[in-house]
Design a protein around this ligand. Structure first.
Ligand SMILES: [Zn+2]
Length: 474
């Protein structure tokens, strides 16, 4: 009787997995969202125990990446390095970072009959901050990378204090005693999470006095230690990230185990020296901005903890370093279209800095702001970002997206008088292309849903494959 029930449950399970796999393949054939979220959602609803299967099948081979900014680029860096080292990877490409995205990624490790064939693969998953506790408790990762915490999409999760508290409560549990935590030493909001973690902790960070933030007007979102006293920074790289210590108690930044020094930032990319306790090595990458240095160092720190040395990392990195980094570049009408995801003040300020860094020409800019659930309904964060620095460097500007009028007002307040407001993707792109010179760079700043829509449209008209095809080689 019992065995008959088990058998029936197994048949239902394999049927659900078979169905989900076929749907995923079908959606990918149609180029729909890379076939990411829906098949996962289907399995989540019909067979919620799937997360136990993931934990069992991938035991000790799961890396989770979370934090407000940089998840996708850190994930892609790790995936690329594994692939260049000929290690097979299962990942939630395209940033579908809720439970359904994780399940959908897992489908790639099953054959058409729902049987697990990913014995030789590692799983690298970016995880939304809000669901990190729930997912990490279920799938028991070997490694968790925490990048940073900034104010983001407040309407979805409430204050970042809530996220921080759930992270502390979950990650302090005994069940993680055999896991590793790779954490940003320069973000003091992560320090008590690291302190209460039971397993091994490895800190990464940046040591470069010359990069100290010079713009004091930029907001520091949270500046108090858990003892209630002020946090002070001897060096502040951006926002609340830097070399910090409490003005009263003993709480202070831990010395990073893996760190970047001698950093150089330019329009062509980043250069830095990576120092670990074993050795040091110089790296060059085409991604832009200080945040890219953090993302790259976070990925390298995880790899070092997993047993790779900087020589191996360097070889895998050099093999294909042009595909690293957050921003993608497309050619349209002899213009270079550069795409940047923006979603909160700290991240946008970093993008602004990398655009105006050593920039001698005025910038051609298209900014599209949406306010769907995945972008965050509240767009007031644009008032906390440094549009004023951007305004000084703008040549041509087009604003678009559902909240284009909010953007128009923000740019006007920042001092830009001459710009174009366009209601859709096609018109906004033709407008900025017609204003800019041949051979020039055009920068697109896009919120999450705008990024998905523009990327799809641009891939179509430029004849490039959508990015999930590039990543999965399909
Ligand atoms: Zn304190």
């Amino acid at each position: 009787m019992v065995s008959a029930i088990i058998e029936k449950t197994m048949i239902i399970k394999y049927f659900i997995l078979f169905l989900a796999k076929q749907i995923k393949r079908f959606l990918q054939l149609l180029n729909l969202s890379g076939g990411t979220a829906f098949p996962g959602l289907l399995v989540e609803k019909m067979y919620p125990q799937i997360l136990d299967d993931i934990a069992m099948n991938f035991s000790k081979k799961i890396i989770l990446i979370s934090g407000t900014n940089g998840k996708t680029s850190t994930t892609n860096t790790l995936v690329n390095i594994f692939e260049n080292s000929e290690i097979s990877v299962i990942s939630n490409y395209s940033g579908s970072n809720l439970k359904r995205g994780v399940i959908s990624a897992y489908l790639d490790s099953l054959n058409n009959f729902g049987q697990f064939i990913g014995q030789n693969s590692v799983m690298v998953l970016e995880i939304d901050e809000g669901v990190l506790p729930q997912i990490s408790e279920k799938i028991k990762p070997d490694t968790i990378i925490l990048l940073n915490l900034f104010r983001d999409q407040l309407d979805r999760y409430g204050e970042i204090e809530n996220i921080r508290n759930t992270w502390i409560n979950t990650l302090a549990k005994d069940m993680f005693i055999n896991s590793k935590l790779i954490v940003n030493a320069d973000d003091f909001l992560l320090s008590d999470i690291a302190d209460s973690f039971q397993g091994e902790v490895l800190h990464f960070g940046i040591d470069d006095q010359l990069l100290s933030e010079k713009k004091e007007n930029r907001i520091t979102e949270v500046s108090y230690c858990y003892c209630g006293n002020k946090i002070i920074h001897s060096v502040r790289y951006y926002d609340h990230i830097g070399k910090w210590q409490c003005s009263v108690c003993e709480n202070k930044r831990k010395t990073p185990d893996v760190l970047a020094t001698n950093i150089s930032l330019s329009n062509n990319g980043i250069k830095f020296n990576l120092i670990s306790n074993k050795d040091s090595r110089f790296f060059v990458a085409s991604s832009l901005g200080l945040f890219s240095v953090y993302n790259t160092v976070a990925a390298f720190a995880a790899l070092i903890k997993l047993g790779l040395d900087t020589e191996q990392i360097s070889q895998a990195f050099d093999a294909n370093h042009q595909i690293f980094g957050r921003q993608e570049i497309f050619d349209i009408n002899d213009r270079k279209i550069n795409l940047f995801l923006v979603k909160n003040p700290a991240g946008l300020n970093q993008v602004i800095d990398s655009l105006i860094h050593e920039q001698h020409q005025k910038i051609n800019l298209l900014f599209a702001l949406n306010s769907r659930i995945e972008d965050g309904k509240d767009v007031s964060w644009i008032y906390d970002a440094d549009f004023e620095s951007l305004a000084l460097n703008i040549g041509n500007l087009v604003v678009s997206g559902e909240r284009r009028h909010d953007l128009a007002l923000r740019f006007t307040i920042a001092g830009v008088n001459n710009f174009d407001i366009q209601e859709n993707i096609k018109k906004s792109l033709s407008s900025i292309i017609s204003k800019s010179e041949q051979g020039s760079n055009i920068y697109l700043l896009l919120t999450y849903s705008a990024m998905m829509d523009y990327r799809k449209y641009i891939a179509k008209i430029s004849g490039s494959k959508p990015f999930w095809h590039k990543l999965t080689n399909e």
